[in-house]
Design a protein around this ligand. Structure first.
Ligand code: F3S
Length: 857
């Protein structure tokens, strides 16, 4: 390619026509095995992959060695804190701490800490960045220490954008050149770009043909230290796309449709691959939006193959011609090039006809609940209050935020929003006075093209000026609400709603006081911001009336395909993604931070952000065994990681606030939970610190409280856990379906480990959280649904007997569980270990990832 020779794993030469029957994702896993393994192990793994073809399913485990790791600041901080603490342990044992270094590249994007303090003013970007640097300075010094001390760790400072956008626009190579030292000398290989990321939306990169998925920080630690991640050969669900999106539809509408359809079909833990004739009608930007929402539809991946759109995207984002040529030549040569007519073997096939898709939102509490605009008011009816506010509508739009990697990385979506703003401006419309408006795009490149097309002034004119480049509202850093909304919440006189272009609308996700939110395209966010009232039917009625009394409807503002295409072409002609990124990388405030560069991090006991965690000295295998336990919490269905370990603002009147104020913090400047993940003391107290957690042991408990069963006392959860520990009692957590949905945050597992929870028993687990529990040595046990719904519910005074001896554990083995009722009766439950691989068994026996890494070092 371009005068250079590359060594490759020549899949077609090795496997002939059989290769064509494999889905593309399995071809990439196959390449990884052939390149990285040797001897019998390799032959067995290859045979297992081709064995999968017989039934489209397999129980066999295979290793996967990704080429790189992607993290963000709030998942990387705890992982890097763990590494710093492990270095301490090594030094204390006389081992050189600098031996502990990642062996593959680790990119960290500082994107999760930007808060929308200032909005709708021209200097909002710089003011919010200043707030961010001030509040997070201590943590950012630590990240800078990590980048100076740990080889291979690259930090992208605040202002560079959201990790998945940076990955799409800058980091991903799709096919990379790798120099390897071989017996014959140095060889340059061409290999598929593969990764894992400590964020559940990592599959966004599947949109440009890169295989990667989200894992917990604990699994990432094993990978960065050179251990493969083991996976059961996945079921691969093929989603055949036919038809074409209608003129008024966006990729957001497609993503919401896919989310709803695949949630209904049940693809949890599966690899999803899109195929069929209509894939070719979707740009790489469209595909990335759909791929991004893989965790919302429950899948591990949402993969699109490499084709002409991939190459166009690489060109548009400034990748060199040689790099583009390498991708195309490699993909064509090795069978990774997407052919619209190909139909490999899939575990099952789901059909989606793009002709059937209309304009939609999803909500008000789950991303899979897709609705037509006309059905929004009916969906809100159940959320009313007895004494509505006389000044505001019952369901006012509190936040209208164009936010999130999902829908701000695709230029077509932002340009459509800009065109709606232009027309609204021409009509003289403004958002309702109670709406907090914001635009936080995925990267500075978007600011450039919005500026060049003249759309940025239009957005600014109606309050949607840029507030910064980061996750912001999407991760709960939405900042203070407007005064009228604050008053309404304090009085309990209405149910405010968020309009978001994000991917999650769980209660409390974007703001602790907002339980309702609708996910939608950026253009619709503007429309709802202008309407100010979620009960308006935007399909039929006007959004607003102009000063001279003319009603303005959504159709009056909506851009045509041609308008969007024209602006897009103008934007792309002059785009320079690389220049914008490099400029942002130079962030002077970041580079001016005075950070240590010692091999060991200098911990400070007075710090409220960073404390050396005790994980490195936890007892190996201490949580397995046969025991009787008290339930610490009994929870219902859909407990998300936001319920277990919130990321959003620390409420000023709360247990955690009291603790921090005691240690010198100011009550009115407490920041968010996500920024405290380097401090295990805060995170321990913050576990289940979410007012939406319903502990079925007893209704109406205060936030983060439970019942200490033996005494019947109501107390803070961590104090109850401490009392059980002091009394030598074991504890478990019981939950219903889909326990651990949502973000990949490993603190949702670490918090339970610090509470000394030995096992979580749930009817089903979300993939990443299940793996995080195992990474902390906590056994996930899967209960039959009848255990929660079909027999008397577990009640105060019940004790749970579990038989989970280390020697008897194997993947998916039966686990004997008995419920000893307070009245003396005993119910037996046929449960099983929610453990998939032998590596996971080994992790449980070792006590989790950290003891294992220390042992191997
Ligand atoms: Fe950030 Fe939200 Fe994406 S938290 S990584 S913008 S899903």
């Amino acid at each position: 390619v371009a005068g250079r020779r590359y060594k490759i794993v020549d899949l077609p030469a090795l496997f002939g026509s059989e290769l064509d029957r494999l889905p593309l994702v399995l071809r990439i896993l196959l390449e990884n095995i052939v390149r990285n393994m040797r001897g019998q192990e390799r032959d067995d793994a290859v045979a297992a992959i081709f064995g999968w073809l017989a039934s489209g399913s397999s129980e066999a485990e295979i290793p996967f060695q990704p080429g790189r790791v992607l993290m963000h600041d709030t998942t990387s901080t705890p992982a890097l804190v763990d590494i710093a603490a492990m270095r301490n342990v090594l030094a204390e044992h006389g081992v050189d701490p600098s031996l502990l270094n990642p062996v593959i590249p680790v990119d960290v994007s500082v994107d999760h800490s930007l808060a929308v303090e200032e909005f709708a003013r021209p200097d909002a970007i710089s003011l919010n960045l200043q707030h961010e640097m001030r509040r997070n300075e201590e943590r950012y010094r630590f990240l800078r220490w990590a980048s100076k001390t740990l080889s291979g760790v690259r930090i992208h400072p605040p202002g560079t954008g959201i990790m998945h956008t940076i990955n799409l626009e800058q980091l991903a190579t799709v096919v990379c050149a790798e120099t390897r030292r071989e017996e014959s000398g140095e060889e340059t290989w061409a290999v598929p770009d593969t990764l894992i990321g400590t964020d559940s939306h990592t599959p966004m990169i599947n949109g440009i043909g890169v295989l990667g998925w989200g894992v917990g920080g604990l699994e990432a630690q094993t990978v960065m230290f050179g251990m493969p991640t083991m996976l059961r050969i996945p079921d691969v669900v093929g989603v055949r796309l036919t038809g074409a999106l209608g003129a008024a539809c966006t990729s957001t509408d497609l993503a919401l449709t896919v989310t709803q359809r695949l949630r209904q079909a049940g693809v949890t833990g599966d690899f999803v691959e899109f195929f069929g004739p209509s894939v070719d009608t979707l740009s790489a930007g469209d595909r990335a939006v759909v791929a991004n929402m893989a965790p919302e539809y429950g899948a591990t991946t949402g993969y699109f193959g490499i084709d002409r759109h991939t190459i166009s995207y690489l060109r548009a984002t400034g990748r060199t011609e040689d790099a583009q040529a390498l991708v195309e030549a490699y993909a064509r040569r090795t069978g990774l090039w997407f052919e619209p007519g190909a139909e490999p073997r899939y575990s099952r096939v789901i059909e989606i006809d793009l002709d059937d898709i209309g304009m939609h939102v999803a909500g008000p509490t789950r991303p899979q609940d897709r609705l037509r605009l006309a059905d929004v008011p009916a969906a809100l009816q159940q959320f009313s209050v007895s004494a509505p506010s006389p000044e505001l509508p019952l369901h006012p739009i509190a936040i209208a935020s164009i936010t999130s990697c999902t829908n701000t990385s695709d230029p077509a979506l932002l340009i459509a929003a800009g065109l709606v703003a232009r027309k609204a401006r021409a009509f003289g419309l403004q958002p309702a006075r109670w709406v907090k408006t914001s635009l936080a795009p995925g990267s500075p490149a978007s600011a450039s093209y919005l500026k060049r097309t003249g759309l940025l002034p239009d957005l600014e004119a109606i309050g949607f000026g840029i507030v910064g480049f980061g996750c912001a509202t999407c991760i709960g850093n939405s900042g203070p609400l407007t005064e009228p909304i604050r008053k309404m919440i304090d009085e309990g006189s209405g149910k405010p709603v968020a309009a978001l272009s994000g991917n999650r609308n769980f209660p409390g996700r974007v703001h602790p006081d907002l339980d309702l939110g609708f996910i939608m395209s950026p253009a619709l966010v503007i429309a709802y911001g202008l309407a100010g009232d979620a009960d308006k039917n935007l399909e039929a009625g006007p959004i607003q009336t102009t000063a001279d009394g003319k009603p303005v409807y959504l159709r009056d503002l909506w851009p045509t395909r041609e308008e969007i295409a024209r602006c897009l072409a103008a934007a792309q002609d002059t785009a320079d993604y690389r220049r914008d990124f490099e400029r942002a990388e130079k962030n002077p405030a970041w580079h001016g931070l005075d950070a240590p560069d010692s091999a060991l991090f200098p911990w400070d006991e007075r710090s409220n952000y960073l404390q050396r965690p005790p994980f490195a000295s936890l007892e190996a295998g201490g949580l397995l065994g046969n025991y009787r336990a008290y339930p610490l919490m009994v929870l219902g269905d859909d407990i998300t990681t936001d319920h277990i370990s919130p990321a959003s603002a620390i409420p000023p009147k709360s247990l955690v606030a009291d603790y921090l104020v005691q240690r010198g913090d100011k009550r009115n400047d407490l920041n968010v939970f996500a920024s405290r993940r380097g401090n295990w003391q805060v995170m321990l107290r913050g576990t289940f610190h979410n007012r939406n957690v319903i502990n079925l042991l007893k209704d109406g408990l205060p936030v983060a409280h439970t019942v200490h069963v033996p005494s019947g006392d109501v107390m803070p959860i961590w104090e109850a856990a401490q009392r059980y520990r002091d009394d030598g009692e074991s504890i478990v957590v019981i939950a219903g379906e889909r326990y651990g949905t949502g973000s990949s945050r490993d603190w949702a597992a670490k918090g339970l480990r610090l509470l000394n929870v030995r096992s979580v028993l749930a009817c089903s687990f979300e993939r990443i959280h299940r793996s995080n529990l195992i990474g902390m040595g906590i056994l996930p046990v899967q209960l039959p649904a009848a255990a929660i719904k079909g027999m008397p519910a577990i009640a105060l005074g019940d004790r749970i007997e579990i038989h989970a001896d280390a020697d008897a554990l194997s993947p998916r083995c039966p686990i004997a569980v008995r419920v000893h009722r307070a009245n003396g009766t005993v119910d037996t439950i046929a449960a099983k270990a929610a453990v998939e691989t032998q590596l996971e068994i080994n992790l449980l026996k070792a006590g989790g990832v950290i003891p294992l890494i220390l042992d191997q070092t």
